[in-house]
Design a protein around this ligand. Structure first.
Ligand SMILES: C[S@@+](CC[C@H](N)C(=O)[O-])C[C@H]1O[C@@H](n2cnc3c(N)ncnc32)[C@H](O)[C@@H]1O
Length: 259
C-alpha cells in the first residue's frame, strides 16, 4: 500500500464487510435491551464488555444531546435514545448506520444518523452537544488531534467526552503468534500500523478487516488535554478477545470535560 493510502475509504468498505460478516460490534441491540432501557435499566460499553459507570453520564439523561462518535452498529446510540437522550450517531460506514436506523425503526426511536469521518465534525455547529460518546474506534483513524479538537468545539461548556481506546502496547506483539497460538512474541516497535506489514502478512493476520493504528498515550490522553479538556476519570480492562488479557489491560477509557 502506498503513501497516498486513503484510510477513510478503505475502512469504510472494510467496516461494511464487517457488518456482512457479523462482527460482534455490528450486531444491533435486541428489542428486550431497548425495552429495558426505556424503563430506566440501561448500560453501554466503551471498552470490551465493561459497562460505563452510570456516574460518567449526566444524572438525568432525558433531553441530553449525545453524539455517538464512530459508534454505529445499532448498539449504544439506540440504547441511549431509549433511555431518553437526543442521539446523533456519526460513523464512516453506511452499513453500520443502517443498523442504527433498523433499531430506531423497529422500536420507534428517534436516532439521527450522519455519515462521516470522526476527524471532521463540520456537520455540527459549535456547542451543540452535551456528551460525545466514542467507543473503541480511534484505532481505525490515522490521526487524533482533529478528533479531540472538533469534539471540544461541538461540546457545550461542561460537556463530557468519553472515549475508549486500545492500550498501544498490545501492538508490539506478532499478530499471527498471538491469534493462532496465544503466544506473546515481541516484534513491532511503536507506533505501529497494520499498513506497515507486507500485503500478504496483513491479509493473513487481519483478513479483509480495517487498517489499525496503535496511537500513543500522548496522542490519546495528551491530545485531549491539548484540545482543552480536563480529565476527570480513567478506567482500564483486559482485551475481551486476545491472549494479552492474561498480562496487561488491552483497553483504556477516559472521561473528560470541556471547562
Ligand atoms: C468497533 S466499531 C465501534 C462501534 C460499536 N458500536 C462498538 O461499541 O464498538 C468501530 C466503528 O468505527 C467506525 N469508524 C472507523 N473509522 C472511522 C472514521 N474515520 N470516522 C468515523 N467512524 C469510523 C467504523 O465504521 C465502526 O462502526
Amino acid at each position: 500500500m502506498t503513501e497516498s493510502f486513503d484510510a477513510v475509504a478503505y475502512n469504510r468498505a472494510a467496516w461494511d464487510r464487517e457488518v456482512a460478516n457479523g462482527n460482534e460490534w455490528t450486531r444491533p441491540a435486541g428489542r428486550e435491551v431497548i425495552d429495558r432501557a426505556r424503563a430506566g435499566d440501561w448500560s453501554v460499553v466503551l471498552i470490551g464488555y465493561r459497562s460505563v459507570p452510570r456516574g460518567w453520564f449526566p444524572a438525568e439523561l432525558s433531553g441530553v444531546e449525545v453524539l455517538c462518535l464512530a459508534s454505529g452498529g445499532g448498539q449504544q446510540g439506540p440504547v441511549l435514545a431509549a433511555a431518553g437522550a437526543a442521539v446523533t450517531v456519526l460513523d464512516n460506514s453506511p452499513r453500520q448506520l443502517d443498523r442504527d436506523r433498523e433499531v430506531a425503526t423497529r422500536d420507534g426511536l428517534a436516532v439521527r444518523t450522519v455519515l462521516g469521518d470522526m476527524r471532521d465534525l463540520s456537520a455540527f455547529p459549535d456547542a451543540s452537544f452535551d456528551v460525545v460518546f466514542n467507543p473503541v474506534s480511534t484505532v481505525f483513524c490515522p490521526e487524533l488531534a482533529p478528533v479531540w479538537r472538533d469534539s471540544f468545539r461541538v461540546l457545550r461548556p461542561g460537556g463530557i467526552l468519553m472515549t475508549g481506546f486500545l492500550n498501544p502496547d498490545v501492538f508490539i506483539f506478532d499478530v499471527e503468534a498471538l491469534d493462532e497460538r496465544g503466544e506473546l512474541v515481541v516484534r513491532h516497535p511503536l507506533p505501529f500500523s497494520s499498513l506497515d506489514l507486507p500485503d500478504d502478512e496483513r491479509e493473513r493476520s487481519y483478513g479483509t478487516g480495517p487498517i489499525e493504528y496503535s496511537h500513543s498515550l500522548a496522542e490519546q490522553i495528551g491530545g485531549q488535554l491539548a484540545a482543552g479538556f480536563t480529565l476527570t476519570h480513567f478506567d482500564e480492562a483486559p482485551h475481551h478477545a486476545d491472549a494479552t488479557a492474561r498480562y496487561l489491560p488491552g483497553y483504556f477509557a477516559t472521561r473528560a470535560v470541556r471547562p
